[in-house]
Structures are given as C-alpha cells and as structure tokens.
Write a protein that binds this ligand. Structure first.
Ligand SMILES: *Cc1c(COP(=O)(O)O)cnc(C)c1O
Length: 400
C-alpha cells in the first residue's frame, strides 16, 4: 500500500479557540443557540456544524474523530468510551433480531463472548469460521447474513485476514465487512483494502499510555450519521460516548503514533529474531517463517515496520508462568493484559485474554496453553532487554 496515515494526520490544521496549538477542550454537555429555529434544524439534521448535546457530538470528540478519519482514509469517524463499545454498537447497528453474521473464531475474548453469549439473546445468529478459510465464509453466507467480522491480525496467533478477498465476498453478497484493526493502526488501513467499517480499541496503541479506555468507529458519512441519528441511531440511543477530556488527551498521543509504531516494530523484530535463534517457537508476522508473511507485507503501509505484537510458544503453562514471573522480576516489563504500552507487557493468552474461548476451541485454533503474548515496549536499549529475557528463560528452565 502507498497510503500514508501519519502524513494525513500531519496535514490537519486543528487549532484552539485562541490560536492554541492544541485544540481547546470543550467540557460542556450542552450548547446554546441564538435562535430557536437553528436548534430545531440541528435536531432534524438539516443544520450542519452546530453542536447540540455531547452524547451526539462534542467539539473535542470531533477533532479526534476527524484525525482518526484522516488516519484511516475514511470519510468519517466517531469515538466511543471503549473498544467494546465501538464493536458492539457497530454490530448492533448492522444486525437486528432475525439477522445472521459471520465472525472469525479468533477474535478478542470480549468480542467472542459478546458474539457467542450475548447476541443470541436478542435473536442474532452467529456463525464462527476460521478466518483463513475463505471457503468456509462463503459457505456460511445466508440470505439474512448482514455482516462479516474479523480482526486484521488475530489475537494472539497473529494470523492475517485477507481483507480484500473478504471485502469482495461481502460486496458480492451486498453486506458489510467490519474489521477490528486494534493491533495494527497506521501499519494497515483496512478501509483502503476494501473493508466498510473499521473499529478500534484506542486503549491500546493509539493512546499508548494505558491511562484510559476508549474506542473508535471509522466509516463513511452515511454510516456514522445513521449511527448517531437522534431517533434510530444505536450509538445515540445506547450512549457509549467518550469523555471530551479524554478525547483531547488521546488526540495529542495520536500525533506520536507513527514514531511509537516504528519503535515498537523495531524492538519486536529484534526480539523475534533473537528468540528464533534460541530454537523457541516464535510467532511474528514480520518473520519470513510466519505463514502469512507475504500477505501481511502486501498490506503494510510503508515505513512503520511489522508491528509490536509477537508471541512465543513454550508448549506448557507452568513454564510460561515461570518465565513471565522471572521476566517481571528482572524488569523486562509487566505481567499484564492489554497492549500498545510504552513498557513491554506479557500474558499467557489461553489463561487470560482468550480464556472466554472454550479450551476445545482454543485447541482447534492452535492456541497452546504455553503461549506468551508480548506487546513489545519502546525500550531504548533492546539488547539489554534481550539479555534479561534470556536470563529469565534460563531461570525458568526453557533454555540451558
Ligand atoms: C482490547 C481490545 C478490544 C476491547 O477494547 P476495550 O477498549 O478494552 O473495550 C477489542 N479488540 C481488540 C483486538 C483488543 O485488543
């Protein structure tokens, strides 16, 4: 791809009310109107550019949304109070009682639980498929299918979805392709590859500080406007709005995302190569040994590397736990869920972020109980980090 997401953000001109280099924070829930008629026109959607009430739009949220739309190459975007809010609202807006959707079986644990346990209560049927099996997706299509759902890079196995092929299938069926791009902001632009809607947990790389939970929905104007329609919009009526103070913080962090992604990628590639040399099984889509290496490379925007997520498979949960504890004690990073932080985070996926997925399904997916997922941090001296990891693996008995 030759799309340049950071360039698109760089080109934005967003100023504050008094020429502030950062847009002013608008911490108001409601807004005045000089004329009653303007208020009515704003309500009915005939008047643009006016703010009515912050569950609908808020200027600080609009600045962040505009920047996200620029990054994604989508005409519009809307920010939410969490990644789950972005996912659930986008899905609920597209699928109603009696509808059907097809989802990758390898999704974020919360998403899987929502699709598996919660949606059926409201009469929405879900078929889970292996995201690498395009025939299975085709076979699962039904007259009432409204949506194909996948993650660009799956958690925690880092399998790469063939977005252009899935988009083609969705287009042929007249339905939508919804992609969670949380692991690869800026690296991959799903909308440019044909996806109709892109969702994010901004809690992760986009904000990058682990100081808040937030999400985003990026799509065309028709979808976003419909989502926040005062009478029928799922987001307007369920109300998962992001706090404008947070929006303002996240916007500032978004402006350093390209620098961070580049550094996360550099460190993750270095550690992957070192780990591979020890003979441990390493899962990183930037390694030619990864089954989706070529596909992934063909989707990547230039200049930001292969991303900050990688995993190692120690085959055994006890070994994984010992290794993680040793790494935390030595200062490699933290034994914690989540990702995209400036410090390295690691967790044993099968017993944490993927624990909603039943053991049998985990096995089918190829998710071993000894898998350690790493979100590699922004360490300046990555060689030193590697030494600490190696010592930890010796201490736990993984390496001699
Ligand atoms: C964390 C995460 C989510 C959920 O986001 P929250 O901000 O925690 O609600 C969804 N998808 C992926 C891939 C995630 O990593």
């Amino acid at each position: 791809m030759n799309f340049n997401p950071s360039g698109a953000i760089f080109d934005l001109k967003q100023f504050g009310e008094f020429g502030d280099v950062n847009p002013s924070i608008t911490d108001s829930s409601t807004f005045t109107f000089l004329q009653a008629k303007t208020m009515q026109d704003t309500f009915t959607g005939e008047q643009e550019g006016c703010f009515l009430y912050s569950r609908h739009w808020n200027p600080s949220n609009k600045y962040l949304s505009d920047a996200l739309a620029a990054m994604e190459g989508t005409p519009s975007a809307w920010v939410t109070a969490s990644g789950m809010a972005a996912i659930t609202n986008a899905i609920l807006h597209l699928c109603h009682a009696g509808d059907h959707l097809i989802s990758s079986v390898v999704t974020y644990g919360g998403t899987y639980a929502f699709l598996k346990n919660w949606l059926p209560r409201y009469g929405i049927e879900v078929t889970f498929v292996n995201p690498k099996d395009l025939d299975a997706i085709k076979k699962a299509l039904k007259p009432n299918t409204k949506l194909i759902y996948t993650e660009t890079v799956s958690n925690p196995l880092l399998q790469v979805s063939d977005i252009p092929k899935m988009a083609e299938m969705a287009n042929n069926a007249g339905i939508k392709l919804l992609v969670d791009n949380t692991f690869t902001p800026m690296l991959i632009s799903p909308y440019k590859l044909g996806a109709h809607i892109v969702v994010y947990s901004m809690t992760k790389f986009i904000n990058g500080k682990n100081d808040c939970v937030a999400g985003a929905i990026c799509a065309d104007e028709a979808f976003i406007n419909d989502l926040i329609d005062v009478n029928t919009g799922t987001a307007m009526l369920l109300g998962p709005v992001l706090d404008p103070l947070r929006s303002n913080n996240i916007l500032k962090n978004l402006h350093t995302l390209h620098v961070r992604m580049n550094w996360h990628s550099k460190n993750a590639l270095y550690l992957s190569e070192k780990l591979l040399e020890t003979g441990v099984k390493v899962i990183y889509p930037g390694l030619p040994s990864h089954p989706d290496y070529e596909l992934y490379k063909s989707f990547l925007n230039q200049g930001l590397g292969f991303g900050g997520m990688m995993a190692i498979d120690l085959m055994d949960a006890t070994l994984a736990w010992k290794t993680m504890e040793a790494m935390q004690n030595r200062g490699v990073g933290y034994l914690a869920v989540s990702l995209g932080y400036f410090r390295t985070l690691f967790s044993n996926s099968g017993k944490s972020t993927s624990s909603e997925i039943p053991i049998e399904t985990q096995r089918e997916m190829g998710l071993s109980e000894g898998l350690i997922r790493f979100s590699v941090g922004l360490d300046f001296d990555i060689e030193h980090t590697w030494k600490m990891i190696k010592e930890s693996m010796i201490e736990s008995g993984v390496l001699k």
